[in-house]
Design a protein around this ligand. Structure first.
Ligand SMILES: C[S@@+](CC[C@H](N)C(=O)[O-])C[C@H]1O[C@@H](n2cnc3c(N)ncnc32)[C@H](O)[C@@H]1O
Ligand SMILES: [Zn+2]
Length: 290
């Protein structure tokens, strides 16, 4: 019987993408990128993972499906923070994505997931743009050049910030519990020739080894989960960051206007809350929406 087992420690590309700057996009959207293995651990017990028969497995026997090349590294027995996490787990259970719509990557055409996702941004402000976008809205990443640093985005959806990070010299890995979002991220990266990796995972249980990342980033995610989930996610960010690593986490807050002013005055730091805001109880700063 043939077992396609690739332990992280022995894989020939162990020192490949995980250490060197961009080497070009993955060859196909349906392949699992073996160069991720050195970074991955079991999200349950943090033992290393081995790739075997289209799944990832730790030595304690926890098994995670890899569907169309996407590892689904969610904990099936904990309540999910987003309904799409539950849907991703159903696909993992089936072992294939036949229940999801298939979209082809068409050069020059905006991905349908992105065309629809724009309607979910900022209330209904952009609903008139649904289906009418002519280019991908890639934001400006307010971070110094990446110089090959590994960049983890928590809650990446279709990957706009990972694209911005790749263009700014980072090596991005995006995670999101939504397989639909992650599939879209892979299609868009492929279309734009962006070198990024995407995994279905949960910010509360990151499937990465300790001290793996120089930069962690998250935008508009923590305000959608409850306080306990935020605390778990922040602890995980701390665990996976290098000792000199940095994190940048965005969420709406009532001092936004104040920060705009500070930015104008040159006193605003993109690495954290403003000096004035930091003097206040954090719970009153966060304008959380569920
Ligand atoms: C408002 S969207 C933001 C998407 C992206 N950061 C952006 O700015 O375009 C929130 C995202 O958080 C993801 N999310 C929800 N719960 C999560 C969790 N526990 N861990 C990581 N991401 C989560 C959702 O699936 C969704 O894609
Ligand atoms: Zn395990």
């Amino acid at each position: 019987m043939h077992h396609d087992v690739v332990p992280a420690a022995q894989h020939p590309e162990r020192s490949g993408w995980a250490k060197k700057p961009s080497q070009g996009p993955a060859r196909s959207v349906s392949e699992f990128d073996l160069r991720l293995l050195p970074l991955l651990v079991c999200p349950r017990d943090r033992f290393p993972l081995h790739y075997e028969n289209s799944s990832l497995r730790c030595e304690r026997g926890h098994r995670y499906a890899v569907v169309e090349g996407v590892p689904i590294l969610l904990l099936a027995d904990v309540p999910q923070t987003h309904v799409e996490g539950t849907r991703s787990l159903a696909v993992a259970e089936e072992g294939n994505a036949s229940s999801l719509r298939h979209f082809d990557v068409v050069p020059g055409v905006i991905d349908p997931f992105v065309q629809n996702a724009i309607g979910a941004k900022n209330g209904s402000l952009y609903s008139h743009l649904i289906g009418k976008m002519t280019e991908y809205p890639i934001p400006e990443l307010r971070l110094p050049p990446g110089e090959g640093k590994l960049f983890l985005e928590i809650g990446c959806s279709w990957g706009r910030w990972c694209i911005a990070a790749a263009r700014n010299g980072y090596r991005p890995i995006g995670i999101d519990p939504s397989l639909k979002g992650i599939r879209a991220a892979r299609r868009v990266a492929m279309q734009l020739g962006i070198d990024a990796r995407y995994i279905v995972a949960d910010g509360r249980h990151l499937p990465f080894r300790d001290e793996a990342f120089g930069q962690v980033f998250s935008y508009s995610v923590l305000q959608h989960i409850d306080d306990a989930a935020v605390a778990e996610t922040l602890a995980e960010i701390h665990r996976v960051l290098l000792p000199q690593g940095r994190s940048l986490v965005q969420m709406p807050n009532i001092y936004r206007k104040l920060m705009d002013l500070e930015e104008k005055n040159g006193t605003y730091s993109p690495y954290g809350v403003s000096c004035v805001a930091a003097q206040h109880e954090t719970s009153i700063l966060w304008d959380k929406r569920y």
